[in-house]
Design a protein around this ligand. Structure first.
Ligand code: NAP
Ligand code: MG
Length: 795
């Protein structure tokens, strides 16, 4: 027997197991397994296929679950649909009571849930007990608060309806909370599909809903694998799909929901950089690495999996890191003394092994902590890979395991370049004792979350979500709630169609004059450019006579325009005050040419003098509004429970494609262009085909208004065709399509390559004269993405 004195000398850890008795008792209370929770009752469809969930640390079977088929998905969506009206009519404060009750009930069972999560997923009890479950509780409390305040804090908004939610296995209950709490608070009902590997805490949660008396149909749970998720995402009765998982499946979901009118948020993968500058507190940064990549065995979407260390301190830092790695213990996740638990399933373990093995054949050096692993179960040791080339597979692919890939940089500029050298953009960590430097680097990183001198921090008050192929939409906080709301509809809008325009030139009108017959070129990079095709398109007057011609823009012209817009990054970096000045000047210059533009409107659209004057006035007012907004649509500061401020910054998307409708061509074009310019996006604009001369007249106004070359580019041609090219272009970060329903659907379908953000009018007309509907916050919000920068404080 080991005695105290022997232990004192060896300093070995003894086992400190958490009891799993309660959790097993709960499992044993379900001897025949679990059914589906639909419309407030449990049912097991006859002859339904089933699957088993395992404990990855031992391989033991924990429970049997039903694999929901299309009819089950349908029944769940119907139940959720029926529950929407009473749930909405309950009002925010009424719903807040239920959310509060859920928070309380989870809090009461916190220990059971922590154990259950550890059994099902393999993550350590230390994490489920101290991180997952407390964050879940915080999430329900916080959103009980939002429900209470919904009507006063989000006036003019309404819930979306039925939310179909699909979550992964790495934070089973936490991902449930992130999805369910805001959806319910906002007045939506839910159908949730947990991951096949980890359904248990979601099943417990369904029982909990039952216990607190949540009205039937408000929360429905369907277990199953990928096919069940696919059926849910594709179900026509779903109004919003909220998905967390791999980028590959996220793209598939974008594709199948295109044109359906479903709202979509995607929280996807990442390959997040962990930057250590030479003036960092190296010991603190080493602890940071431990939390960045060995938290949850590295099975974390925002894991700091790419270590980038400044060359001058790299050897010292890696030495310290290795020393720390020797103290990390991997083993029984229920043992309170373990740092790492099990990998979720054999298939994931195999994937990690094969990626690391492939690295070995490429000459990558690997170093692993020397501690032995348990003989049984899915375990992989903490691993450090050095000498990894930034473009190699290991540096680009998400390993989703306890494997850190490291390289070095020389200057801050190089650090930024390397950090951004990925298709992903979920998170980043910056380590430096120089806060000026850290806050200078943060805005330059393409990531939705940036942690300064910290890592893997989460809170219900602060939005979480990615840039680029890490997805879009935010979960948590004010911005997360907006993903479950829409502006209240003001009556039925009529469908929008495109006028057919003859491609051949008609005979000249008898009173034709050279001044009226303008042959307008394209406008790219602040200069007029001939169309690559060498062809022009006729633009007709309202009476059918020729008004002039514009260039027939094609793919190549768009490529040039996107290139010019990409280069014009100065516009995004300009101060908001500067952008406001330029926009005021733009309004002034358009005002100076009011008569000419009114005449053009009348000529092309046949509008009466009064209508043309009204459109022009509204156009001037719109520019003034966005000039005013440019320095006022600011971010927020969150104050999570830790000693941290979180700066939620509204950042521009980058290059945005804008496809304009035919109606009210000047006002509509400016209503779409201006929020983008105000927020610092550079725009490639495709104007209305029949009224294209309005846009080409407008570039003369741009020229005289100090709008820098490349900030606005105008390519005339067929909007449907040009829209497709823009939607596919990988250097375009967002696209706004205001046209027919089919054009919008096409853009969504083609946006999958780089997962650009797509806004469409869903084929419906917009009353551009209605200031409330056609201007303001909702538009500005679409023109940006929120970056949450975490800044801890204290001595
Ligand atoms: P996954 O295969 O994309 O699975 C995620 C969820 O989608 C699971 O419930 C899965 O079901 C379901 N699913 C699979 N195929 C589907 C389809 N065709 N249509 C609809 N649903 C489908 O991802 P995973 O391998 O489980 O999870 C790891 C990935 O998630 C990583 O890439 C990680 O970065 C990402 N992740 C991101 C975040 C974030 O917030 N950004 C958070 C956590 C994880 P089954 O698993 O039951 O087959
Ligand atoms: Mg499991």
């Amino acid at each position: 027997m080991t005695n105290l004195s022997a232990l004192y000398h060896s300093m070995d850890y003894g086992p400190a197991p958490e009891s799993a008795q309660e959790a097993h008792r709960w499992l044993q209370a379900h001897p025949s397994g679990f059914g589906l929770y639909v419309n407030g009752s449990w049912n097991t469809p006859q002859d339904a296929p089933t699957f088993q969930t395992h404990n990855p640390a031992s391989g033991d079977v924990l429970a049997t679950c039903v694999e929901a088929g299309p009819e089950d998905v349908d029944a769940a969506v119907q139940a959720a649909r029926q529950a929407t009206t009473p749930w909405q009519e309950l009002g925010g404060p009424g719903r807040a009571r239920y959310l509060y009750a859920l928070a309380r009930e989870i809090q009461k069972h916190a220990r059971l849930l922590a154990v259950l999560e550890t059994l099902d997923n393999g993550k350590t009890i230390r994490e489920t007990r101290d991180i997952d479950v407390p964050l879940v509780i915080r999430h329900f409390y916080h959103h009980a608060g939002w429900a209470q305040l919904l009507e006063t804090e989000f006036p003019g908004h309404e819930p979306l309806g039925v939310a179909g939610q699909i979550i992964p296995w790495n934070f089973p209950l936490l991902m449930l909370a992130w999805k369910v709490a805001p959806a319910l608070a906002a007045g939506n009902t839910v159908v949730l599909k947990p991951a096949e590997f980890t359904p248990l805490t979601a099943l417990w949660f369904a029982e909990c809903c039952d216990r607190i008396g949540l009205p039937p149909g408000v929360f429905n749970l369907i277990t199953g694998a990928g096919a069940t998720g696919a059926a849910l995402a594709a179900h026509p009765g779903v109004n919003k799909v909220a998905f967390t998982g791999s980028t590959e499946v996220g793209k598939r979901i974008r594709n199948v929901t295109a044109g359906s009118g479903k709202r979509l948020t995607l929280e996807l993968g990442g390959k997040s950089p962990f930057l250590v500058f030479e003036d960092a507190d190296l010991d603190a940064a080493v602890e940071g690495v431990v939390d960045a990549i060995w938290f949850n065995q590295g099975q974390v979407c925002c894991a700091g999996s790419r270590l980038l260390v400044q060359e001058s301190v790299a050897p010292r830092f890696l030495e310290k890191l290795k020393r720390r790695m020797t103290t990390l213990r991997t083993g029984d996740p229920l043992d309170k003394g373990m740092d790492l638990g099990a990998i979720v399933a054999p298939v994931q373990l195999e994937r990690i092994r094969s990626l690391v093995a492939a690295g070995h054949t490429e000459g990558v050096e690997s170093w692993q902590a020397p501690h032995p692993l348990p003989e049984q179960g899915c375990f992989f040791p903490p691993t450090l890979l050095t000498g990894v080339h930034p473009s190699s597979q290991l540096a680009q692919v998400e390993i989703f395991g306890p494997v850190l890939v490291s390289s070095t940089f020389r200057t801050p500029a190089e650090a930024v370049e390397l950090a951004n050298n990925t298709h992903y953009g979920l998170a980043a960590s910056i380590w430096s004792e120089n806060l000026n430097l850290a806050l200078h680097i943060a805005p330059q990183l393409k990531a939705g979350v940036v942690w300064i001198n910290s890592t893997n921090q989460f809170d219900a008050s602060s939005g979480f979500g990615g840039y680029r192929e890490s997805g879009y939409g935010r979960e948590g906080g004010h911005e997360g709630l907006l993903e479950y709301l829409k502006p209240q509809a003001s009556g039925a809008a009529k469908p929008l169609t495109r006028a057919t325009v003859p491609a051949t030139f008609p005979a000249l009108a008898a009173d034709a004059t050279a001044a009226v017959h303008r042959t307008a070129k394209l406008y790219i990079g602040g200069k007029q450019a001939r169309p690559d095709s060498g062809y022009d398109l006729p633009v007709l007057q309202a009476d059918g006579a020729l008004a002039g011609s514009v260039g027939h823009g094609n793919r190549k012209d768009l490529r040039n325009a996107v290139e010019a817009a990409s280069k014009a990054s100065g516009w995004s970096q300009a101060t908001a005050h500067n952008r406001a000045q330029v926009l005021y000047f733009l309004a002034e210059n358009l005002g100076a040419r009011a008569d000419e533009f009114q005449q053009r409107l009348r000529q092309l659209t046949g509008a009466s003098a009064k209508a043309a004057a009204q459109e022009l006035d509204a156009s001037l007012s719109r520019i003034f509004s966005y000039a005013a907004w440019a320095d006022k649509y600011e971010g927020r500061v969150h104050q999570p429970p830790s000693r941290t401020v979180v700066l939620a910054l509204n950042e521009p998307l980058g290059v945005v494609g804008v496809i304009c409708p035919d109606e009210q061509p000047l006002l509509a074009m400016l209503s779409l262009l201006l929020p983008n310019l105000a927020m610092g996006n550079r725009v490639v604009l495709v104007p209305s085909r029949p009224h294209a001369l309005i846009a080409t007249d407008f570039y003369q106004v741009l020229d005289t208004s100090d709008v820098p070359g490349g900030a606005v580019n105008i390519v005339t041609g067929d909007p449907a065709e040009l829209g497709k090219t823009l939607a596919e272009h990988d250097d375009v970060s967002g696209i706004w399509v205001c046209g027919s329903a089919e054009e919008g659907a096409e853009a969504q379908r083609r946006s999958c390559g780089n997962l650009k953000q797509v806004w469409t009018n869903e084929g419906k007309a917009i009353n551009w004269l209605d200031r409330e509907a056609a201007e303001g916050r909702d538009w500005l919000r679409r023109a940006c993405q929120v970056k949450n920068v975490w800044v801890p404080y204290g001595e």
